[in-house]
Design a protein around this ligand. Structure first.
Ligand code: CAO
Length: 550
């Protein structure tokens, strides 16, 4: 059986296009017309199909390579079957429809006469496609349009392509809207102003479509053949390649920013990824609110320190010193570990320790629980702490803020997160609008959320949006600790077990129930004096809870 070179066909006006996907590998059996690679210009994505059936023996291109007409894509040991519409004499290739369209929308030569006044821009020859949907509009009336500037994206179930303007000028009127179906020759837009046009102008000049003869004959012949295999990447209904659903310009934009498009959620029609989606994703990554998969893979919970220029993490063969057992960490531990590491490294955090006298408050709590025994709702110190923190956050609003670049975002809501110890690791459910809730309601919600956390049933909504977090180890023990801030919050309160201590009342030592408080704060936002005041105020409230009402 003969070895056949499969080459890039006539792809119209495109000189060099980048290989963005390899759809086959060595050893694969391919059919005639099966797509082999996807190439992309800034105006269209297209697949290069095989003109022959057989077994792939060698790949001659790799991702990122630039190819053009005649470049050898791969070597196939042919089994005899060839693409139906590709005559044996034609190179073993087939052009795709997108380049046909692109070729056909080529703008007139620069030497074309210059016109002024209204100029119609029509949908050019878009190959064999009929009734293609307008899925994206890049311009609006009043915009200054350059020659060749993309005006809209159209999409069939096989390909997506941008339609460039064949003239320059100010956009007076756009004749299509999202969802419209368009065909060759349809009026797309009316421009006004100084225009380089290919046609003599008389009144409302019409910029003619490039003559069909401008399209390479071979491309016209093969377009039909390939229509069936072009760019399912842009077909949201049947994305057989699994490529993200986005227009070529959005792909290019994402590539320039290094954004992995497959990780971006599309908010456009039919889930298409828009430029805004790429921008939002980039912002979220930069703000640390999300990670790309590659970042997550590079930053295991333990971190390797390489990114900080540190010496490598010590690699020790523990088995040398005794029997060991290795267990993979759970998903939650890995995620929280990576977040804690980032927060510990990125935030210039300081911790202030203080004690609050909760003698009376504890007596009140115990009596409340006795009175409410039958209600089934148990009030713990944490519920009072949440309420007390809300009062302190209202008095010192920067503790309820977040950093956004050089600005502080003050939140006029008070959602309090509380760290919950669960079999899967640390989770932080959130009591929303704690300022509007009483102690009993907070206690009840806390009980429910803590149970959900332990059962692994918290929804994302129940774990997000906190403005401040409390981590209480009071039920377990300890004296003080240094909690890590739950970014993008700017402070966190750590609470340990209350104990009776001798306190000097001015005349004598008296036994008082003292609650150890540890407030960690972001020194970029808060200074030491403010932190000391926050703790002191919190202590006053816990010492006399009537202050919450003031
Ligand atoms: N001082 C003394 N006793 C305290 C106390 C305090 N500060 N806080 C709670 N207690 C007591 C409670 O009154 C209760 O006593 P009784 O059983 O006698 O009534 C007991 O400790 C257990 O309380 P709890 O822990 O069940 O309830 P809670 O409201 O205090 O806490 C929750 C709920 C979900 C926060 C807690 O169960 C938990 O998971 N804590 C761990 C949080 C954590 O891991 N933080 C560390 C994060 S940094 O790694």
């Amino acid at each position: 059986m003969a070895l056949v070179e499969v080459k890039v066909p006539d792809i119209g006006d495109f000189d060099e296009v980048a290989v963005i996907e390899l759809l086959v590998k060595v050893g694969d059996t391919v059919k005639a017309e099966q797509s082999l690679i996807t190439v992309e210009s800034d105006k269209a994505s297209m697949e290069i199909p095989s003109s022959t059936a057989g077994v792939v023996k060698e790949l001659r291109v790799k991702l990122g390579d630039k190819v053009k007409q005649g470049s050898v894509v791969l070597m196939v040991e042919a089994s005899g079957e060839v693409a139906a519409a590709a005559p044996a004499s034609v190179p073993a290739v087939a052009a795709v429809s997108a380049p046909v369209a692109a070729a056909s929308v080529a703008v007139p030569a620069a030497s074309a006469p210059v016109a002024s006044g209204p100029v119609e821009v029509h949908i050019p020859d878009i190959g064999d496609f009929k009734d293609v949907a307008v899925i994206e509009i890049f311009v609006k009336p009043g915009d200054a349009i350059k020659m060749e500037q993309s005006l809209i994206t159209v999409e069939s179930d096989k390909a997506a392509m941008e339609i460039p303007s064949s003239a320059a000028g100010v956009l007076k009127e756009l004749k299509v809207k999202i969802g419209d179906k368009v065909n060759i020759g349809d009026l797309l837009a009316i421009l006004e102003g100084s225009v380089a046009a290919a046609a003599p102008v008389a009144g409302a000049a019409s910029v003619p479509l490039p003559a069909p003869t401008a399209v390479p004959a071979a491309a016209v012949v093969t377009a039909t053949v390939v229509a069936a295999t072009t760019a399912p990447a842009h077909n949201p209904g049947a994305s057989t390649l699994g490529l993200p659903h986005a227009s070529p310009s959005v792909r290019k934009f994402a590539r320039e920013l290094g954004v992995p498009l497959e990780e971006v959620k599309g908010n456009g029609p039919k889930g298409r990824i828009t430029q805004d989606d790429v921008q939002s994703f980039t912002k979220a990554v930069m703000a640390g609110a999300t990670q790309t998969k590659a970042q997550a893979a590079k930053a295991p919970a333990g971190g390797d320190g390489a990114a900080l220029g540190l010496i490598p993490w010590p690699k020790v063969d523990f088995a040398k010193f005794g029997p060991i057992e290795r267990k993979e960490m759970g998903r939650i531990k890995k995620i929280s570990g990576a977040n804690l590491l980032r927060n510990a490294i990125m935030i210039p955090a300081v911790t202030n320790h203080d004690d609050a006298d909760i003698t009376e408050l504890e007596a009140f709590r115990v009596s409340t629980n006795k009175e409410n025994e039958k209600s089934g709702v148990k009030v713990t110190m944490l519920a009072f702490l949440i309420k007390a923190c809300v009062a302190a956050l209202k008095k010192y609003p920067e503790f309820n803020s977040s950093l956004d670049g050089d600005a502080l975002v003050y939140k006029n809501y008070w959602h309090i997160g509380f760290a919950a110890d669960t079999p899967n690791g640390l989770m932080v459910p959130v009591i929303r609008d704690a300022d509007k809730k009483g102690i009993l309601q907070i206690s009840q919600e806390m009980g429910e959320l803590a149970k959900k956390a332990r059962d692994g049933k918290l929804s994302p909504a129940e774990m997000t949006g906190a403005t401040f977090t409390i981590s209480s180890l009071g039920g377990i023990g300890g004296k003080y600790f240094t909690p890590i801030i739950n970014a993008p919050e700017v402070a966190i309160l750590g609470v340990c077990k209350s104990t009776h201590e001798p306190v000097w009342d001015g005349k004598q030592f008296v036994p008082r129930l003292m609650l150890p408080l540890s407030l960690t704060w972001d020194h970029r936002v808060i200074d030491g004096a403010a932190a000391a005041r926050f703790n002191a105020y919190l202590g006053q409230i816990l010492g006399d809870f009537r202050r919450v009402l003031l």
